[in-house]
Design a binder for this molecule. Structure first.
Ligand SMILES: [Zn+2]
Ligand SMILES: [Zn+2]
Length: 284
C-alpha cells in the first residue's frame, strides 16, 4: 500500500517508512562517511597543524596560537550529541535510562546508526537527515577548507554558485539543498561556455574545462587544430592565443576531425544527462 511520502525527496514510500530506499542508502552512506571523518576531525583540533587533509603537515608559527581550534571542538561536540541522540531514538532507549550503559565511541555510534534496521522507519528520519547533511557540510569545510575547494558551476535549480573538493562526487546546493552530481554541474557549465559566443580562453584552459567535465581533450589537440587552420584564434593574452569555447565545441562535435575520442565522450555524457533528466521526470 502506498500512502506515505519520502520526507527527504517526496516520492511515495511504503507504509511505515519515512525515507525511500534511495534516501535511506544516501543517509546510511552519509553517516558511514561521517564516522570515517571522526579521526581526521580529532587530528584537526590541533591548531598548529596545517588545516585539512588526511595527512596534515606541521607548520611553525611566528606567533603562538590557541592550541585548540574551538570551532572544531564545537563541531565534534554537536556531532557527538546528535549521533548518540539518533542512536538512542533508533534503539528506542530513553536518554535518562541509566540501566542501559553502552560504552561506545562516536565513530562506532555513527557506524551503528548507518547500518541500523530502523533507519528508514524512524518517524523523524527526514529531519535527522537534514541535520546530518548540514553537519557534513561543516565537517567538509574543516577537513577541506574553502581555499582547497573549487568553484565547479551553478546549481541547476536556483543558479547559486557551487564549490566542491577534489574527491567529491555529489554536491548539495547551500541555498535550495538540491543534491546533484559534480560531473553534471561541470558539464552544465561547459555547455554554458560553449553556447556563449563571447567566451574565450587559452588552449590549456579550454582543454582543462572539457577534461574536467569528463570529456578528455588535450591542449595539444586544440593547438594542432589551430596550426592546421581549422581553428582561428579569437585574440591574444600574454602572448598566448585565445580560442572561443564555441569554436572548440564545434570541432569536438564535427566529423572528420581528430577529436574522435572527445566526441564519443561528449555524446555519451549528453546521453547520460538526458537519461538522468528522463528518469527524474518519470519519478516526479
Ligand atoms: Zn527519498
Ligand atoms: Zn540550488
Amino acid at each position: 500500500m502506498m500512502s506515505a511520502f519520502c520526507q527527504r525527496c517526496g516520492v511515495p514510500v511504503e507504509d511505515g517508512c519515512s525515507l525511500c530506499p534511495g534516501c535511506e542508502l544516501r543517509f546510511g552512506l552519509l553517516l558511514f562517511g561521517m564516522g570515517l571523518d571522526v579521526t581526521p576531525l580529532h587530528d584537526s583540533l590541533d591548531a598548529t597543524l596545517h588545516p585539512g587533509g588526511h595527512s596534515p603537515t606541521r607548520i611553525v608559527l611566528a606567533v603562538p596560537q590557541t592550541p585548540i581550534r574551538l570551532d572544531v571542538l564545537d563541531l565534534i561536540d554537536i556531532l557527538d550529541s546528535t549521533g548518540s541522540e539518533l542512536l538512542r531514538r533508533l534503539d528506542g532507549v530513553d536518554a535518562l535510562d541509566a540501566t542501559v550503559h553502552r560504552p561506545m565511541g562516536l565513530r562506532d555510534a555513527l557506524f551503528r546508526c548507518a547500518a541500523h534496521p530502523y533507519l528508514a522507519s524512524l518517524a523523524d528520519a527526514g529531519m535527522y537527515m537534514d541535520v546530518f547533511v548540514r553537519l557534513a557540510a561543516k565537517i567538509d569545510r574543516v577537513l577541506e577548507p574553502p581555499e582547497r575547494r573549487r568553484e565547479i558551476g551553478v546549481c541547476e535549480l536556483c543558479a547559486s554558485p557551487l564549490t566542491a573538493g577534489e574527491s567529491d562526487q555529489l554536491v548539495t546546493c547551500p541555498v535550495c539543498k538540491r543534491e546533484q552530481s559534480v560531473l553534471a554541474v561541470k558539464l552544465h557549465r561547459l555547455h554554458a561556455l560553449c553556447f556563449d559566443t563571447s567566451q574565450s580562453a587559452s588552449a590549456s584552459r579550454i582543454a582543462k574545462a572539457f577534461t574536467g567535465s569528463g570529456i578528455p581533450l588535450r591542449s595539444n589537440t586544440i593547438s594542432h587544430w589551430a596550426y592546421r587552420g581549422k581553428l582561428a584564434p579569437a585574440g591574444k593574452q600574454d602572448g598566448m592565443p585565445r580560442y572561443l569555447y564555441s569554436d572548440v565545441y564545434k570541432l569536438v562535435l564535427a566529423p572528420n576531425t581528430d577529436g574522435g575520442e572527445a566526441r564519443a565522450m561528449l555524446r555519451k555524457a549528453l546521453l547520460q544527462r538526458i537519461a538522468t533528466i528522463l528518469a527524474r521526470r518519470l519519478t516526479e
